[in-house]
Design a protein around this ligand. Structure first.
Ligand code: NAD
Length: 358
């Protein structure tokens, strides 16, 4: 498909290619939609097998950021960048400074942060060339506790809708992946008295939540069949697929992992099985809320409060899904698009003209 055709299909605004062969920098910045504010999204450093694959990833991820920020009620648009190369290279300064110059060339239309293959230390190099970067050392810090808290609030909203009571005290939650987010999610749930079954590929992480929060451990491939009230995917994408749908034995799925549905049709299939699904980009928005705090200068408690709003947003999504007979995933997309359209309409009013009676 031609590049402009590809951009038009999902209404991307801008695609930037930046090349510094002597430094070994090949970067792509995709901006999806800046109606709500500058496009925010991390920089992914990855050994893509083709330039087309890298471009496709940047476009797809940028669009995802538009929807995530819109639904989280932030004044941010969607953007993302990718650097093509070996993410383990030791020669990082010039690559990330070159990337910083590419970001700077957009004059604030795009704000970057860390992502897969990049670290806060890399962002310090980006910062040498541009101020349009967040997630710096000593600033907003690890987003995982805020992400976990938003996911926990999403879980409570789902429980309220499903059971008429948002208490998770007598509920059983199966958590897949107890890394950064999964650990803090277990902590939030344990404080409420929830029964936990967990798994992870890393035995040390499993031991920590077993010892600290009294969780029961199962093998990684057993987690899907655990009979529980709620399943919380906090590891990988595509875990809701044709195979796992056959064995999932829960009422609700709410977790932090990105892109949980292997295919969009799986949202409908969950519904047919009577499983309530919390769309991933709705419930895991705590991460973007946390970096937004760095832009806005919010104190940590304001980020937590904002992540707590995921509870009400999810209830509104559930009402919309019910009213229109659509899946929660479709309702989330619709609510995000509606907010962008409304702000676009709002911006038609030129306030300066009004004050002069024009
Ligand atoms: P992490 O790498 O710290 O934790 C992921 C854990 O999953 C690891 O401990 C890993 O061993 C485990 N894991 C991987 N494959 C597994 C498998 N097959 N079975 C069981 N465990 C497995 O990552 P994280 O920061 O906690 O993020 C978790 C998920 O949430 C990711 O999908 C991430 O994209 C998403 N997310 C994270 C944030 C954030 O603030 N960190 C924000 C939004 C979304």
């Amino acid at each position: 498909m031609e590049i402009f055709e590809r951009m038009s299909r999902r209404e991307h605004e801008q695609l930037v290619f930046w090349n510094e062969p002597r430094i070994g920098y090949k970067g792509i910045i995709a901006i999806h939609d800046t109606t709500l504010g500058p496009g925010l999204g991390g920089t992914r450093f990855w050994n893509y097998s083709t330039d087309a694959e890298a471009m496709e990833d940047a476009l797809r991820l940028a669009r995802g950021m538009t929807y995530k920020a819109a639904l989280a009620g932030l004044n941010l648009g969607g953007g993302k960048s990718v650097i093509i190369g070996d993410p383990n290279t030791r020669n990082r300064e010039m690559i990330f400074r070159a990337h910083g110059r590419a970001v700077e060339s957009l004059a604030g239309r795009y704000i970057t942060a860390e992502d897969v293959g990049t670290s806060p230390a890399d962002m310090e190099f980006v910062r040498m060339e541009t101020s349009h970067v967040v997630g710096l050392m000593g600033k907003s810090g690890d987003p995982s506790p805020v992400t976990a808290y938003g996911t926990y609030q999403g879980m409570k909203a789902a429980a309220f809708y499903k059971y008429g009571d948002d208490s998770l005290a007598d509920k059983h939650v199966a958590v897949q992946g107890v890394g950064h987010v999964g650990y803090y999610l277990c902590q939030d749930l344990a404080e409420e008295g929830t029964r936990l079954t967990v798994t992870d590929l890393d035995q040390e992480k499993v031991d920590a939540v077993v010892n600290e929060f009294g969780a029961t451990a199962v093998a990684p491939d057993e987690i899907y069949g655990v009979k529980a009230d709620i399943f919380a995917p906090c590891a990988l994408g595509s875990v809701i697929n044709d195979d796992t749908l056959k064995v999932l034995n829960v009422d609700i799925i709410v977790g932090a992992a990105n892109n949980q549905l292997a295919e969009s049709r799986h949202a409908k299939e969950l519904e047919a099985k009577g499983i309530l699904y919390g769309p991933d980009y709705l419930v895991n928005a705590g991460g973007v809320i946390n970096v937004n705090a760095e832009i806005e200068g919010w104190p940590p408690e304001k980020s937590l409060r904002k992540a707590g709003e995921i509870y009400n947003t999810f209830l509104k999504i559930l009402e919309l899904a019910e009213a229109e007979g659509i899946s929660t995933a479709e309702a989330s997309d619709k609510a995000a698009e509606r907010r962008i359209e409304e702000v676009r309409f709002l911006h038609r009013t030129e306030l300066g003209c009004l004050s002069y009676g024009m």
